[in-house]
Every structure is written in C-alpha cells, then in structure tokens.
Design a binder for this molecule. Sequence first.
Ligand SMILES: Nc1nc2c(ncn2[C@@H]2O[C@H](COP(=O)(O)OP(=O)(O)OP(=O)(O)O)[C@@H](O)[C@H]2O)c(=O)[nH]1
Ligand SMILES: [Mg+2]
Length: 390
Amino acid sequence: MKVKKYIAPSMPEAMKLIRAELGSDAIILNSKVVQTQGFFGLFRKKNFEVIAAVDPEAPRKQILKPKETERKVPVIDKQMEPQKSVVREPFNKYEAKESREPAPELLKEIQELKAAMKELSSDISPYTGLLQEMNQLLMNQEIDSSIRKEIMSRLLERWYLASEKASFEDIQNWAKECVISKISNVDYGGLTYRKKYINVVGPTGVGKTTTIAKIAADCMLKDKKSIAFITTDTFRIAAIEQLKTYAKILGAPVEVCYSFEDFKKAKQTFKDYDVVFIDTAGRNFRNEKYIDDLNNLIHFSNDMETFLVLSLTSKMKDMKVIYEQFSKITISKFIFTKADETANYGEMVNLIVDTGIGVAYLTNGQNVPDDIVIASPSLIANTTLGVDES
Ligand SMILES: Nc1nc2c(ncn2[C@@H]2O[C@H](COP(=O)(O)OP(=O)(O)OP(=O)(O)O)[C@@H](O)[C@H]2O)c(=O)[nH]1
Ligand SMILES: [Mg+2]
C-alpha cells in the first residue's frame, strides 16, 4: 500500500491532489486541521493535513514508463558509491541475468505481499474520531456493509462541510436522516382497516398470538371495531387455549378451524364483523396446499393483510431464510418482536432495504396490550442508532 501525506488549504483541494496523484481508488486514513507557522506567529494559516493511501492492486489509469534513453541516473550516497566498477553481478536470487522479466520467485513474493497488504488494508478504517465511533456503532448494529458505507460516505461529506466541528449528537442526527431516507419509500403503520382479514404468520414462538392480542385490544378499545378470531393453529391444545383466553378477556368470539370446511363456515359466521384476526402455526405455511386453499377462500391481496412476525433475537441470516419461506404469500408488512431482548436492531434496516417491505409494529415486552408500538421510519432509525424518541 502506498501511503502519503498531503497538506492543502481546504479539504476539496487536498482531495484533488490525492485524486491526481493516487487516483480515485485512494482512501483517507486520517485528516486533521494544522496551523502553518507565519512570521513571529503572525499570518498563521489553517491547513488540512490528509493522509491517504492507495491499494496497489487497483489498476492504475496510466503508468508512464520512461524510455530507455530518458532513464535517470540514480543519485547515490557518497558513502555508498561503489569504488570502481559500474557493472555489478546480480546480487541475489531474484535478479535474473539476461532477462528483463522479474524472476518467478520475485513474482511469487510480490503476489504474496500484495495479498497480505490487501487483507491489511481491508481492516483499516478510513474514518477517525467521532466518525469512526459512528462507523463502529453501525457495525455493532450489524447494518449491511454496503448500507453502512453509503451512510458513512454521506456523513464524511457533511463532516467536512461542517468544518469538522460536529458533535456526536450531530453525527447521530445526520445518520438518522440517512437511515430514514434509505427506508422511507415503503409502507409503515398498523391496521388500515382497508382489509377485513388480518393474517399473522411467522415461525414458532416469535410472539404471533401475543401480538395478535395486543393489536386486537387496540383495535377494539381505541378504534371501537367489532373483532373476531380464527385459529388454524390446531397442532397444540395450549395454542388454542392461549388465544381463547385473550378472546375471552376482550369478549370476542373464536372459531377453531381444523379443516378447510371449518374455515369456510367461520368466514360465514363472522361476515358482519369489522376485523377478523387469523392466528396460524408456522408450519401451516410450509404446506403449499394450505396456502392455495386459503388463497382461494380469502384472496390474499384483495381481502387480507398478512403480517410476517420476526423476532429481533434471531440472526439476520435466519430472518432472510424465514422471509424467503413465507414470500410465497404476499406479505403486507413485518412485525418485529422482542425488541426488549436485544441491543441489535440493524436487521430491521437491512431487511426493509433488501425486501422493499415496510413495518407495521415493534413489540417490546410480554405485557398485553401495552408492549407494542406502531412503526415508522423515524422509530426504526432512532432504535437502531440509539437516539431517544422525543
Ligand atoms: N420479551 C418479549 N417476549 C415476548 C414478546 N412477544 C411475545 N413474547 C413472548 O414470547 C413467547 C411466545 O409468544 P407466543 O405469542 O406464544 O408466540 P407464537 O409465535 O404464537 O408461538 P407459537 O404459537 O408456539 O408458534 C411468550 O412467552 C410471549 O410472552 C416481546 O415483544 N418481548
Ligand atoms: Mg401462537
């Protein structure tokens, strides 16, 4: 890696010098404001000192080789000057006698060196101080590296525009704006009441039934809607009992559907209700027939809003796999649960950017109906960046 220090009166001028000499692949390792000495301390000038580096792997745009005749005579230190002879013997194993091609050993060593330098340069963060703190925060939050780099390059620009005088709070607010702009082109928020059936799906134990109870309570108590429940999770008695308990507290009816016929009947029974919540077992959605039958009965896109529930305690990789499993059906929005059990929220940002699907709710505890919040881009950005919601 070639590393060089540049001093210029402004950051853009320093960048220009760097780009001209090291090319557009150069990275900034460090930058600071320095004062140049004037006469007796007068006329001191503010300058920018920037240390930049370039990876030798990157293809150079143009390398001008001096012609044989133009080759300059190297300046040799007097003490080092050879006494008599100008012609010397090859001095090590790498130097080939007749050929101008480097010896294979040398090539191999250069390649090894290049690989080692490349590895080293990938570990070097191009940010310093508060910017590096933000970079680390985004890394800790496990924000995808491409999203993180995009955010950081915007922050770097603003940092220079603010003459490097920003506080961490300023940087946090800029980062918040970046995250919001990245995730706000999708839908957010809870029930819209445009569709009667609310289908809540997701893997086992993520909090589907508890979340249904929280949403249903709000829907009934705050929005004064008539509500009913259907459960197709008939694999466990306890699952049915759990839903029945919540329904009883709310005074709402429940239909347990063991078959497609039962579902048809339930649809008829609840024809006059405003909202019908459907609780399902995760495994239902591994069954293609269940999906096809349900889609024939209640049109997924026309009559049903489907929320995919994902626990924030799962790994990003697993979340993506789960999303793929459920993507056979139209997912309206995500619900992220168990926000109280983790400190990593970047997965929400990654998934929204990756899938183009927004978020309905975040849940943050076991209390029904209190531990639930309606999602918005600002809530997700604040949660991820550790900014207080106020
Ligand atoms: N800490 C915390 N626990 C939660 C949250 N939401 C749900 N839980 C708990 O997670 C456990 C599983 O919740 P359920 O609602 O039964 O999950 P489910 O997805 O319906 O589970 P299955 O029907 O078995 O697939 C329960 O102990 C809930 O109290 C949350 O936001 N935070
Ligand atoms: Mg359940």
